[in-house]
Design a protein around this ligand. Structure first.
Ligand code: ATP
Length: 362
């Protein structure tokens, strides 16, 4: 079997962490003898604007449709000029055009890393392409508008189809994880009676197909408190787009911060590894960015591809990366400053790649 994976560095620290993630994937795939994976470097982001006149050139978008998987580095769109249509934020467009409808963001505490709570292991799954996100929740135009200088509106879109799709993803993840086998759905249906009402109706419909998984739910404000106080109680947390965006950063904060917050965008046909964090311009170019989130995002992509294409070698490569990351973290010698070490991005990335090569993984 041959696989094609697109690689886009993104901006700022993306140029530092994405090459580490690719090197780790290569080491793990080689250690497991395949399959044959070709990495295609495609232009996207600010460098692409300077070289090709667009932050997401049409040719890149076209090629992405041909890929089995994608690795996308963080994008520094906040610094893009606002008056140039060629300077769009690429990742919402990619998520929308490739129908990557769910975003999986795990948060796990490691005993040897600074963290606020022990034994945290939650997976936040958010709907990816509707909700309050104005850059992708309309077929044409923008979900945010301003009729006059002193009033502005945002439209929140919730559909039964997308809610059911992301709910299936959550129940299947709870099964796969095999832990507490619990899905906690988040809403504010006391206020958003129609939209969150529809979301929760959809979740309850889907839940009937997963009798082995416990479903409960919380209002988003209550849940924000419970996640800080008793995060160990939760397993898979199912959210609409904006609530999930916020709660996944909060979960990351419980276990060591954004440097250890990976993510995977999934669709029916393709998946895209993308760390939760932004492009961190404050530390770009210093060689201190933590590559963990990007590496574990890439690991999630290999695991997803393995399951999708029924290829055990990919699943083993993913398990190998997981063990290599755990080993590197517990040894504590090659950790970046955000998690209490003094190592550089490359030191930590190559320690994980070396562990991938040398570990005996069953
Ligand atoms: P966005 O809105 O694009 O997600 P953001 O405003 O949340 O971005 P980030 O770029 O994620 O901001 O940075 C937030 C803080 O976290 C910064 O201080 C940054 O240095 C830090 N940070 C983010 N990613 C990492 C990383 N991989 N390693 C170390 N520190 C990081």
């Amino acid at each position: 079997m041959k696989l094609d994976i697109a690689v886009m560095d993104g901006d700022d620290i993306g140029h530092e962490i994405v090459p580490e993630a690719v090197a780790v994937m290569e080491a793990a795939l080689e250690a497991e003898s395949g399959p044959d994976v070709t990495f295609h470097r495609l232009p996207a982001g600010w460098k692409s604007y300077l070289e090709h006149g667009h932050t997401l050139p049409p040719e890149t978008l076209k090629r992405l449709h041909e890929m089995h998987g994608i690795v996308l580095g963080p994008i520094g769109h906040a610094a893009y000029p606002k008056d140039r249509p060629e300077c769009i934020n690429p990742h919402p467009i990619i998520r929308k055009r490739l129908d990557l409808f769910a975003n999986l963001r795990p948060a796990r505490s490691h005993s040897s890393l600074p963290h606020l709570h022990d034994h945290v292991d939650v997976l936040v799954i958010r709907e990816n392409n509707e909700g309050f996100q104005p850059d992708r929740n309309m077929m044409a135009g923008c979900g945010e508008f301003q009729p006059g200088p002193d009033s502005a509106f945002s439209v929140r879109v919730i559909t039964r189809t997308q809610s059911e799709r992301v709910a299936h993803e959550a129940f299947q993840a709870a099964r796969r994880r095999g832990g507490k086998r619990r899905v906690t759905a988040i809403h504010k249906r006391t206020v958003f009676k129609l939209t969150d009402g529809l979301f929760m109706d959809s979740v309850h419909t889907v839940a009937k197909e997963y009798k082995d998984i416990v479903l409960d739910d919380h209002q988003v404000d209550t849940f924000a408190m419970l996640l800080v106080m008793r995060p160990q109680e939760f397993d898979v947390v199912l959210c609409t787009n904006l609530f999930g965006d916020i709660l996944s950063d909060q979960a990351a904060g419980l276990v060591g911060g954004l440097g250890v917050a990976p993510g995977l965008n999934v669709g029916d046909a393709q998946a895209m590894a993308q760390a939760t964090h932004g492009s961190a311009p404050d530390i770009a170019g210093k060689g201190v960015a933590n590559p963990y989130a990007m590496i574990v995002s890439a690991q999630m992509l290999l695991a997803w591809l393995g399951a999708k294409h029924h290829d055990d070698r990919l699943e083993r490569a993913a398990r190998r990366i997981d063990s290599a990351v755990e080993r590197t973290i517990s040894e504590g010698r090659y950790l970046t400053p955000d998690i209490g070490g003094t190592a550089s991005t490359h030191d930590m990335g190559s320690a994980i790649a070396r562990a991938c090569t040398h570990l005996l993984v069953t």
